[in-house]
Design a protein around this ligand. Structure first.
Ligand code: NAD
Length: 227
């Protein structure tokens, strides 16, 4: 079977190293090029089937430009993009296939689906809140996953108000997200705890395999998982 050739952007970071390690144990994926801060992305993108980005939001314009030039597929795991940067991703998605996901873990994608159902069942008499905890080195807050959870709650409740979100940065926590539904006389909490970065790396490699033969479009991890 032909291996899928991957360009990894943000290769020297926590997620980048986890992906390199996991890919070395996978038979169907090969990391053929690695970029980090200061490396030119465009030339590296020429000889791959798909580029995986776990770097910094500020890299996205260069990544999109290179992908459009070479008609390459993208898997974007970086979070913390500005509205203009998100727009660049949406525009690129009109011409090349892109998986853009704030969280590549299967458990968190189940949390997304359960949050939607719970919000529909519990309705407005329950106050909602999101609490997210990450390691102290995480650069963006709230997390991309917390923002996705807020969007899901707003959509399920058909409201525009912001969802109260608490961001805690401490220690070496890989990632924890809780959605609280607090009603009269009862309280429900949905919590996901990540204890290893490998869950995100595994999901990103699965997304990379899935996206290579797809038509142009902006896809989510829910699409990859068929949820
Ligand atoms: P990190 O800071 O450990 O690593 C980021 C790497 O990107 C660093 O090596 C840095 O030098 C490099 N980098 C910075 N700017 C760059 C640029 N312009 N071009 C190329 N490389 C650049 O961070 P991390 O913990 O590995 O996380 C990386 C990103 O992935 C963050 O945005 C984080 O929120 C996100 N993340 C997403 C998921 C998910 O499932 N979607 C999971 C974990 C982390």
């Amino acid at each position: 079977m032909k291996k899928i050739r991957v360009l990894l952007i943000g290769a020297a970071g926590r997620m980048g190293k986890t992906i390199v390690d996991l890919a070395s144990r996978e038979s169907n994926i090969e990391i053929v090029a690695q970029c980090d801060l200061g490396d030119a992305i465009e030339p590296a993108m020429k000889n791959c089937d798909v580029a995986i980005d776990f770097s910094h939001a500020d890299a996205i314009e260069e990544i999109c430009r290179a992908a459009l030039q070479d008609r390459q597929s993208l898997v974007i795991g970086t979070t913390g993009h500005s509205p203009a940067q998100r727009e660049a991703i949406e525009k690129a998605g009109q011409s090349v296939p892109i998986v853009f996901a704030s969280n590549f873990s299967i458990g968190v994608n189940a949390l997304f689906a359960l949050t939607h159902s719970a919000a529909e069942i519990l309705r407005d008499e329950f106050d909602v809140e999101i609490i997210e905890t990450h390691h102290r080195m995480k650069k963006d807050a709230p997390s991309g996953t917390a923002k996705t959870l807020a969007e899901i709650l707003k959509k399920a409740r058909k409201i525009d108000n912001e969802i109260p979100t608490r961001s805690i940065r401490e220690g070496d926590v890989v990632g924890e997200h809780t959605v609280v539904f607090a009603g009269p006389g009862e309280r429900m909490e949905l919590t996901h705890r990540a204890s290893s970065r490998e869950i995100f790396a595994r999901g990103a490699l699965r997304a990379a395999e899935w996206i290579v033969d797809k038509p142009p479009g902006l896809y989510s991890m829910q699409d990859v998982l068929g949820l």
